[in-house]
Design a protein around this ligand. Sequence first.
Ligand code: ATP
Ligand code: SF4
Ligand code: MG
Length: 364
Amino acid sequence: MTDTPTTGAQPTRTASRRQWPLPKLADPNAPLLQVHDLQTHFRTDRGWLRAVDGVSFGLNDGEALGLAGESGCGKTTTALSLVKLLPSNARIKGGRVELFGIDLIPKSERALQRYRWREISIVFQGAMNAFNPVIRVRDQIAEPLRDRLNQSEAAARARAVELLDLVGIPRKRADAYPHELSGGMRQRAMIAMALSCDPAIVIGDEPTTALDVMVQAQILQLLEKLRTDLGLSLILITHDLSVIAETCDRVLVMYAGRIAEEGPVSRVFTAPRHPYTQKLLGAFPSIHADRRTLEVIPGQPPDLVKPPPGCRFAPRCAFAMPICTEVVPPETHFADGVRVACHLYPIGDTDVPTPTPAPPMGAP
Ligand SMILES: Nc1ncnc2c1ncn2[C@@H]1O[C@H](COP(=O)(O)OP(=O)(O)OP(=O)(O)O)[C@@H](O)[C@H]1O
Ligand code: SF4
Ligand SMILES: [Mg+2]
């Protein structure tokens, strides 16, 4: 999608809830996060792979945004691009990532240190890999407090214990090494580390995928509680649409490096408009169907080194029309806050509240 401002973007309130000020260049009236036309590509043997190709979205204070889409559609690359924590063969080829109105894309590695942890932190799947196995959990959580906030050793260690307490890890376990904690406990500790510098935004990239269902539910409850209590804003990346349905206010559905549909969870999950969103929901057991009626999305996502022109979903879409294989679909903005990139809808803003395309005759 192109350079689209987020619907309903609000100025950030982060400054009023935090002990330390916003970055010097911050515009107090700017929305928390605005991503404009982000393009992140990877250099490969076959040429540039367009992992993220024109993605725009926003995040308001205290909001939880879910990122959904099939494996390889660019969710993680989008998240990592926000703080430029990308593999060495990645290049951000265009776009802006504005945090409090400050564009982070032109920032040097050194300048970005001010923003990582302190403004945006990331919780990855599988906390064991993220922790150093030979350093006690408390000391690892204290590290960003010392390094980024210049806290004394004693203050940082005391705060680390408080943070562990906040995420439900008893103080007496603070001295444990990572392998001495259960998977759920380690993921909690990872969340404590992500919270250490009181960031404005926490990104969870499949933060509960490796955990069993009960522990997963506990971690999600914890994130929800932290969001309410601390006023955090969340970006939650997950394959599990039910997690987004339960936890998020808005959902952004990606397909092959672009946004297919974005809007309030209550609208997108009950009246999906993009044919890909419809298929994605139909392929997921716990929202729309029981296992007997699950649909499979036929075909594979396209090769992102040589993506098809026009709509990237066209080769798999039952509604595809001649224009779809030639012209990139522009966005349609609906009155209920949903936007869709699909030729089935009129271009621009529309008051039509909830259209759902009928399958064409003879569609599979
Ligand atoms: N370092 C890399 N070099 C080349 N291509 C990469 C690299 N990292 C990711 N990709 C490709 O970029 C695309 C987007 O990958 P990304 O990891 O962002 O997807 P994702 O939506 O997070 O997938 P998943 O749900 O499996 O985590 C994929 O085609 C992937 O193969
Ligand atoms: S633009 Fe065309 S091919 Fe793409 S999702 Fe819409 S109808 Fe299908
Ligand atoms: Mg990923």
